[in-house]
Design a protein around this ligand. Structure first.
Ligand SMILES: C[S@@+](CC[C@H](N)C(=O)[O-])C[C@H]1O[C@@H](n2cnc3c(N)ncnc32)[C@H](O)[C@@H]1O
Length: 445
């Protein structure tokens, strides 16, 4: 252990001893459960800023987390929200955070909620990456590498009573219900806040279990059994806008700026598209916000929702928007940007393939006289170049870059090649098993 790490550990102990809940926290950290607390050594892996944590959630937590609070977080992933919450706490505040931190679980049984594409595999170990991401916050954060129910029970058994619980683990109805029910029973005074209201299971469970507690939703994303203090300044979407979707819940779209209502609603759907490729959630939001599939916003370069879905490679989103009548060839006023060009620019091959299938025109040009293929090249999308030279059927090539076909008004061969290659793609090789010492919290302590 380095001198600096040793000094930080000492400081952590001193700080822990000074807290009102110090004895209970110490009980928890010294319970002998190897899954709780920090290892002695920092794992040798790089930091990583991946995660799901949107401005709406940040706003709600800023409003509700008191600086000296004890917070319990369910579902940390690699710590994006954990860092944010820890940053809201001052001396005297503390954050317990739990996660299974199990790549196999996340990409297997839980995959339907956490994978952004069907064959996604992470190239990093969740647990070690979390530890490294949060290493400098060891005095404020206690990790618990276990299932949520075990962490909730361990917290209770240690005599700790969180002031606020952030629920962002399981997103299926049964799992959310289990977590919210247990927290409500064991910690009746805690304020419960949760992510992903746009998930049906989350909505149902949170609504069923609210009892007499208020239920407010920030940005159509972050729900809370609490009044949101900034509500008075928020632009409200009244329940009568869409009684079915609103279900008697008060919604407060994220309103840090005094934006027009349609701009706020666009931003809600934008946030959802940025975070996930979930058609069900998108459908719900489009209903709830009454956002047209071709809606666009000056705050987002006049891009339509379909363009946003293309930029982020959200294939299900593209399909859902197109099924609702979104125009795949619409161009943004001024820039001339369009969905296919944005997907190509971002190297989103699945989205390129889907847009072509839906009739996107590869010959459209932006204000800068750029085709989608030009955009891909300009942004150094090597996969695109490979596809053009390697996978494009020779008989369909025009000149060496396929420009002749484009000039004739046909689809550029590169894009057909992209579509062919995407549909024919073979599954990735299985990820090798991680070294045994890396598994589980115990071996790292
Ligand atoms: C959406 S991610 C959390 C995102 C995180 N809050 C952030 O800001 O990036 C959900 C996490 O919950 C974890 N998880 C899901 N169900 C769980 C359970 N029953 N027990 C423990 N962890 C669980 C997953 O491993 C995953 O890392």
């Amino acid at each position: 252990m380095s001198a600096l790490d040793a000094a930080t550990n000492d400081l952590a102990t001193i700080t822990l001893n000074a807290r009102p809940q110090n004895a209970a926290l110490e009980n928890l950290e010294n319970s002998g459960d190897a899954r709780i607390g920090w290892p002695d050594e920092k794992p040798p892996v790089p930091t990583n800023s991946d995660g799901w944590f949107l401005p709406a959630n940040q706003q709600v937590l800023r409003d509700l987390v008191k600086p000296d609070a004890l917070v319990l977080e369910l579902g940390s992933y690699i710590g994006k929200s954990t860092r944010f919450i820890a940053g809201l706490l001052h001396e005297g505040g503390h954050l317990l955070t739990c996660d299974a931190w199990d790549n196999d679980l996340l990409e297997g049984a839980l995959g339907h909620n956490y994978l952004r594409s069907d064959d996604e595999k992470r190239s990093f170990e969740l647990y070690e990456t979390f530890l490294v991401n949060l290493w400098d916050l060891r005095r404020t954060v206690t990790p618990m590498k276990m299932l949520t129910v075990d962490a909730i029970r361990a917290t209770h058994a240690a005599g700790l009573a969180p002031d606020l619980i952030y629920v962002d683990a399981d997103h299926d109805y049964a799992g959310v219900r289990r977590d919210v029910e247990l927290c409500s029973r064991l910690f009746p005074d805690a304020v419960l806040v949760g992510d992903d209201w746009d998930y049906a299971g989350v909505r149902e469970a949170a609504q069923e279990l609210r009892g007499s507690r208020p239920l407010h939703v920030g940005g159509f994303k972050c729900w809370a059994y609490a009044e949101l203090p900034r509500s008075a300044r928020a632009v409200v979407v009244p329940p009568h806008d869409n009684p079915i979707a609103m279900g008697g819940v008060t919604f407060w779209p994220d309103a840090r700026k005094q934006e027009r209502r349609d701009v706020l609603l666009f931003r809600c759907v934008f946030d959802q598209l940025q975070a996930w490729d979930n058609a069900e959630a998108l459908e719900y939001l489009l209903e709830a916000t009454a956002c047209a599939p071709d809606a666009s916003s000056p705050s987002h370069k006049h891009r339509t929702l379909l363009m946003v879905a293309a930029l982020f490679g959200r294939v299900r989103g593209i399909r859902a928007l197109a099924a609702r009548g979104a125009d795949v060839n619409r161009q943004a006023p001024g820039s001339g940007e369009h969905a296919l060009q944005l997907a190509a620019y971002g190297g989103r091959l699945d989205a390129v393939a889907e847009l072509l299938r839906l009739g996107a025109d590869a010959t459209l040009r932006t204000k800068y006289d750029e085709t989608a293929e030009d955009a891909a090249r300009a942004n150094g999308q090597d996969a695109c170049a490979e596809l053009r030279t390697g996978a494009a059927p020779a008989a369909r090539r025009g000149d060496k870059d396929g420009r002749a076909d484009a000039a004739k008004g046909e689809k550029a061969p590169w894009f057909d090649a992209a579509a062919t290659a995407v549909y024919a793609r073979t599954p990735p090789a299985a990820t090798p098993a991680p070294a045994p010492w890396r598994r589980g919290g115990g071996s790292l302590r």
